[in-house]
Design a protein around this ligand. Structure first.
Ligand SMILES: [Zn+2]
Length: 302
């Protein structure tokens, strides 16, 4: 995990959010359809192609979220490209939150994440506002949490392409449970640490992060990070590695692990070079490369 700056593109995010809300209020300014506090309907409509990825793709909110996150999963840092499969959109403040309990939850999230405090409010609070014209919505600094882009992040779907039942699912276990919004807290990059064995720790954990920490410390993810902790010790141009031959990969690994005999390395390392693949594919090698964010992470930690 790393810090996601929701302020950098907040003007653009606000524009997209307002454009959607204006459409909802277009039919009847007193009866928006769907209402901004409709937990399913509002978000499902916002997810429609015309808002998420319109023909001018760059102007949709999918692209905005991806740019904010450098095209990485907000939890595990996997690349969010075609090989990662479907993208999950995560609500930091769960979309079902409402009423007094909702306000209580909002206060918790807002006290940790300035962007939620400044740019988001509870959708049922927003829905109580009365507007005289659609243009009035432009003056609202805070967007309803069900569609507010400051409350949304992109995550991988957790499945690792093949070996389909195997591996972590980023945050599938959360449901509506409270979870400290680590990636929206400005101290995230000091708060979240990975050691040389690939183990993730979060210093500032009030207990609400135990489940996600456990998920992100599953064996495969730890192995991958531990391999990057080694590989980063050999200076490599990451833009060229995808075209590495098997021989080049093996040389890279041998260098990084200071061995002359590649077969002396344990299976949990060797398979990431693509040499040992259950079905003859480069499954582990491609998976490793999806997590190349950790190359620079460990490089700067040295
Ligand atoms: Zn992920």
């Amino acid at each position: 995990m790393k810090y996601i700056d929701k302020y950098r593109q907040s003007t653009w995010a606000h524009y997209i959010n307002v454009r959607f809300l204006k459409d909802c209020y277009a039919g009847d300014i007193n009866r928006p359809c769907p209402s901004p506090d409709n937990p399913m309907g509002s978000f499902e409509d916002f997810k429609k192609k015309q808002y998420r990825e319109p023909n001018d793709y760059d102007n949709g909110w999918k692209n905005l979220l991806l740019e904010e996150q450098d095209h990485r999963c907000c939890y595990c840092m996997r690349r969010l490209n075609s090989t990662a499969g479907k993208i999950n959109y995560e609500h930091i403040i769960p979309r079902e939150c409402k009423g007094n309990e909702g306000l209580n939850e909002y206060n918790y999230y807002a006290s940790h994440a300035p962007a939620l405090r400044d740019l988001v409010e509870m959708a049922d609070v927003f829905a109580m506002k009365k507007f005289t014209a659609q243009e009035d919505i432009e003056q609202e600094p805070k967007m309803p949490h069900i569609t507010a882009l400051a409350n949304l992040t992109a995550a991988c779907n957790g499945k690792r392409n093949s070996l389909s039942t195997y591996g972590c699912c980023c945050n599938n276990a959360r449901g509506n449970k409270r979870m400290m919004p680590v990636m929206l807290m400005p101290n995230a990059d000091e708060n979240v640490n990975y050691d040389a064995n690939g183990i993730l720790t979060i210093t500032d954990n009030d207990g609400t992060l135990d489940t996600i920490i456990q998920e992100l410390n599953d064996d495969t993810l730890k192995e991958i990070r531990a391999v990057w902790a080694r590989l980063c010790q050999v200076q490599t141009d990451l833009t060229t590695v995808r075209s590495f031959s098997l021989r080049e990969r093996i040389e890279w690994f041998k260098h990084a692990y200071h061995v002359t005999d590649f077969t002396s390395l344990p299976t949990e390392v060797r398979r990431y070079a693509g040499e040992i693949a259950s079905n003859g594919s480069d499954f582990y090698w491609n998976l490793l490369l999806d997590y190349d964010w950790f190359y620079n992470y460990y490089l700067t930690k040295q």
